[in-house]
Design a protein around this ligand. Structure first.
Ligand code: FDM
Ligand code: MG
Length: 218
C-alpha cells in the first residue's frame, strides 16, 4: 500500500521499565521498516550523545550527583533539544520510533517523590506521540535479565515504585489524548513472539498518518 502524499510519518514511542526488552524491539522495528522500504529513524531518550545527555549519563552511572528536580529538568531539556528534528522528520514522511519519552520522565521522577504535576509541566507541548506502546514484564523476569542493577534506577524498589507511576501516566494520557494513543503490551516470551505481538498491534500506522502533529498534554 502506498503512502498518500498528504500524510506524514508516525511518531511511535516505546515505554516500559528497565530490561523489559524495549531497546531490542525498537531496533528490530526500525530494521523491519527499512527492509520494507520505508523511511524510519530511531530516537533514544535519554540521548546521551549531546552535552545535556552526557550530564544525564554521568548521573545514571552514579559518576555525578544531582538534585532530583535538576536532573528531571535535564531529561526534559534533552527532549526539547531533539524536538525540532523529530518534527522535521515526521513532516518529511519519516517514521520516528522513540525508545522512551516524556512518560518515563514522569514515572521515574515521580517514583522518587517529586509531585506528579511538577514532573509533567516541562514536557508540555512537546511533539505528541501518535502511539505509545507500554511493555510490561513481571519484576522477577526483568530483575533476572543480564545487566539489571548496573545503573542508578535499577533496583527492585525503584522499579516497583515506577511501575505504579506508569499506571497513573497511562490514565493521564488516556484522559487528555484518548485511549487510542496508549497500548499496553505483555512483554513476556521470546524476542520473536514479542516482535509478532507488536507488529499486530501497531497495524498500519507506520504507513503514515494524516493530520497535524499534536502537542503533548495540550
Ligand atoms: N529516565 C529516562 C528518566 O528517569 N527520565 C527520563 O526522562 C528518561 C527518558 O533513565 F532508568 C530513566 C529511565 C532509565 C534511565 O534509560 C536510562 P535507558 O533507556 O536505560 O537508557
Ligand atoms: Mg537502562
Amino acid at each position: 500500500q502506498s503512502t498518500s502524499s498528504s500524510s506524514r510519518g508516525a511518531f511511535i514511542v516505546f515505554e516500559g521499565l528497565d530490561r523489559c526488552g524495549k531497546s531490542t524491539q525498537v531496533s528490530r522495528l526500525v530494521d523491519r521498516l527499512e527492509r520494507e522500504g520505508r523511511k524510519a529513524r530511531l530516537q533514544k531518550f535519554p540521548d546521551r550523545t549531546t552535552a545535556i545527555g552526557k550530564m544525564i549519563d554521568a548521573y545514571l552511572q552514579s559518576k555525578a550527583e544531582m538534585d532530583d528536580h535538576a536532573i528531571h529538568l535535564l531529561f526534559s531539556a534533552n527532549r526539547w533539544e531533539c524536538a525540532a528534528a523529530i518534527k522535521r522528520d515526521l513532516e518529511q514522511g519519516i517514521t520516528v520510533i522513540a525508545d522512551r519519552y516524556a512518560f518515563s520522565g514522569i514515572a521515574f521522577s515521580a517514583a522518587k517523590g517529586l509531585p506528579f504535576d511538577f514532573c509533567l509541566q516541562p514536557d508540555k507541548s512537546l511533539p505528541l506521540p501518535d502511539l505509545t506502546l507500554y511493555l510490561t514484564l513481571p519484576q522477577e523476569e526483568a530483575s533476572g535479565r543480564s545487566q539489571f542493577g548496573e545503573e542508578r534506577y535499577e533496583t527492585v524498589s525503584m522499579q516497583q515504585a515506577t511501575r505504579k507511576q506508569f499506571a497513573l501516566v497511562a490514565q493521564e494520557v488516556i484522559k487528555i489524548h484518548g485511549e487510542d494513543r496508549w497500548i499496553e503490551i505483555d512483554a513476556r516470551g521470546t524476542i520473536e513472539e514479542l516482535e509478532d505481538r507488536i507488529k499486530g498491534l501497531i497495524g498500519n500506522v507506520t504507513e503514515g498518518v494524516n493530520g497535524d502533529i499534536g502537542r503533548l498534554w495540550v
